[in-house]
Design a protein around this ligand. Structure first.
Ligand code: HEC
Ligand code: HEC
Ligand code: HEC
Ligand code: HEC
Length: 521
């Protein structure tokens, strides 16, 4: 049933043996032998189905194995062996291997070079909406948010999709829907796949199958014009206002609004001179500023000018935007009238057209969860973090990059995160955001208590200094953070938060940064 091309078999085997000859352990040669020849107990050679160098076989639905993370491959072999992942072809093969053999084969295939396939389908009419934007009305994140730009993969838990065939990808999505594939962390894929129609599955499978493995991007996440058509969800049904669905018109105004959308989704690229970290506006205002539950931009637009206690005067919308750069983006404020602010304001206005002009518009802001039954607690928060957040944001809140180097999961604390002056540094704001939006694709699933606990935990770590720092942590706390929502200036594990912060502003290693005036006022 599987292709077994013996022509040239020996030559390739020799080449492979030579290419791994430097590897030492006996396990490696055992893995090579099974991969190429199978074993005496009836295990067929892996190569007969997965290809001589683990490149996969599109027509058979046999996946690429080469270059996939070893921990992922090992976990899949174990799942196939114990039945958490059911497959009539691969299941028996996995069961025929011992646990050490599974591990050796995982290491062997992980070390092979990822195939550099060329795009298989003509790039015409590929529907990239789900792949690149998701469908947030049904809480479906974009596939690339977890699988990295172009599906290049992120770390050891989010496998690359490039190099996989349309048939294989579709088979997996159907398997999750039908319940024959399980064991994915937090049930993330099960949740995503459960919301996809057959047409959706065809679209995303064709899209990723057509992406070139390992080669430079042809379609950038940020260049694509089309917007997903939002559908009503539990969250949006109650709303009287839903922002426009179509693409931004290509008019003189539309061009500027479109630039604003790009800045919002990739400020380091389009407004790099004002930005000091790798965050994007849409990291905290999801779905490019549309999503209810993450302070949507259209609701903000109709709410200014407004008095703000943060700076004790009436702020225009533009001035409100300035603060985002200074604090959340850990950069510096663009001057009023700067093209960056004009573009962002235009984008917000375009989304808000037709909305009632009222700061009480339904859907504004981050919906605050109910007060916690127990005071938020660091230790409990650490446990929530380890269970539900570290997978993506890293054990130390540092975030993760995709295999192609692009930003994937943003930093939650440390020198690459927002600074102490940012709104997300308030435990109440963070609890509200996390409850509604995290873990990604599973918004609303944490209990209120868990959301408060993990928010306190996240905001009890060092991050860049507040740009309004007076030279004294105690004084800065008294002036700007003097309530129970702020951990700044508090002592956690014997450390006074804010006493060991890196200075705010772009770090020298950043390519996009230009020289700046001192960040302290
Ligand atoms: C008879 C054909 C066949 C042979 C031989 C075979 N496989 Fe597979 N393998 C498959 C198929 C089909 C799948 C996809 C199963 C599915 O759709 O869930 C698969 C899936 C896998 C996966 C999961 C990959 C992923 O991306 O999740 C791994 C790992 C794997 N095989 C390793 C091996 C190893 C190691 C061997 C040799 C010991 C081997 N396979 C031999 C057919 C085969
Ligand atoms: C919220 C994060 C998340 C999103 C969004 C997501 N994935 Fe995944 N995906 C994962 C994780 C985690 C795995 C690894 C599952 C495992 O370990 O069993 C995975 C695995 C897969 C696999 C299996 C790959 C293989 O080698 O067997 C496919 C196919 C896949 N995802 C397709 C998609 C597509 C298509 C989309 C968009 C519709 C998508 N994913 C969106 C997290 C995500
Ligand atoms: C780290 C998360 C984060 C990032 C990144 C971020 N914001 Fe925000 N933003 C927030 C939080 C939290 C609030 C609410 C702040 C408060 O109430 O003090 C907010 C509030 C806003 C508001 C006011 C909303 C309202 O309804 O009044 C606007 C407008 C805004 N942000 C725009 C932006 C723009 C533009 C960017 C990118 C340049 C950006 N934000 C980046 C977290 C973030
Ligand atoms: C499946 C991966 C995943 C998991 C799990 C996850 N996040 Fe996120 N998180 C993301 C992504 C991706 C974004 C950016 C969202 C966007 O750009 O649309 C994000 C954004 C954030 C942000 C705003 C950006 C920033 O850097 O401050 C916070 C805060 C956050 N997550 C906290 C958490 C917490 C707390 C948990 C655990 C309860 C968690 N996340 C679990 C993927 C994840």
């Amino acid at each position: 049933m599987c292709p077994n091309d013996l022509t040239g078999f020996l030559a390739v085997t020799v080449a492979l043996v030579v290419s791994v000859a430097s590897a030492d352990a006996a396990g490696d040669s055992r893995a090579v032998a099974i991969a190429q020849h199978g074993d005496a107990h009836g295990t067929p050679s892996c190569a007969s189905c997965h290809g001589q160098v683990g490149e996969g076989n599109a027509a058979g639905g046999f996946p690429r194995l080469a270059g996939l993370p070893a921990t992922y491959l090992d976990a899949q072999l174990n799942a196939l062996a114990d039945g958490a992942r059911q497959n009539p072809v691969m299941g028996p093969v996995a069961r025929g291997l011992s646990a050490p053999e599974r591990l050796q084969l995982a290491d062997y295939y992980a070390a092979l070079h990822a195939p550099t396939s060329t795009p298989t389908a003509a790039p015409v009419q590929l529907d990239d909406r789900l792949a690149l934007h998701g469908r947030w009305g049904e809480e479906i994140p974009a596939c690339v948010q977890c699988h990295g730009e172009n599906g290049s993969g992120v770390g050891s838990r989010f496998p690359p999709l490039t190099g996989q065939s349309s048939l294989y990808i579709a088979n997996q999505l159907h398997a999750w829907k039908q319940g024959t594939r399980r064991g994915d962390p937090l049930g993330l894929m099960q949740t995503v796949a459960g919301k996809l129609s057959d047409a959706d599955i065809r679209a995303v499978s064709d899209y990723f199958a057509a992406q070139a493995g390992g080669s430079p991007s042809t379609v950038s996440r940020h260049e694509v014009e089309s917007r997903p058509a939002p559908t009503a969800s539990g969250m949006t049904q109650r709303l009287t206002f839903i922002p426009p669905e179509g693409p931004i018109p290509d008019s003189d105004f539309g061009k500027v609004a479109e630039l604003g959308r790009r800045i919002f989704e990739d400020p380091a690229k389009y407004a790099g001179q004002y930005v000091g970290n790798d965050l994007t506006c849409s990291n905290c205002h999801l779905d490019a500023g549309r999503r209810v539950g993450s302070a949507p931009l259209w609701a903000a637009y109709v709410s200014y000018p407004a008095y703000r206690a943060k700076n004790h005067h009436v702020n225009t919308f533009e001035e409100r935007l300035q603060g985002c750069f200074r604090y959340s983006m850990n950069g510096r404020s663009p001057p009023l009238g700067d093209p960056v602010l004009v573009a962002l304001e235009s984008y917000a206005y375009w989304m808000a057209q037709g909305a009632p002009l009222t700061p009480n518009i339904a859907g504004r802001g981050y919906p605050k969860p109910a007060a916690p039954a127990l005071p938020p607690d660091y230790q409990r928060g650490a446990r929530v973090y380890a269970k539900s957040c570290a997978l993506c944001h890293g054990d130390n809140g540092e975030g993760q990059r995709a295999n192609n180097g692009s930003a994937a999961f943003p930093a939650l604390w440390g020198p690459d995160s927002f600074n102490w002056g940012a709104g997300m540094g308030s435990v109440a704001n963070a609890a509200a955001f996390v409850k509604a939006n995290m873990p990604l694709g599973l918004g609303g699933t944490l209990s209120d208590q868990d959301a408060w606990d993990v928010a306190l935990y996240m905001d009890s770590h060092e991050r860049p200094q507040d740009p309004r720092y007076t030279g004294s942590v105690a004084e800065t706390r008294a002036k700007f953070h003097d309530d129970s929502d702020w951990m700044y200036g508090m002592t956690v594990n014997g450390h006074v938060l804010g006493s060991d912060s890196v200075p705010p502003g772009p770090r020298p290693r950043r390519k996009t940064s230009t020289s700046h005036e001192a960040m302290y006022p």
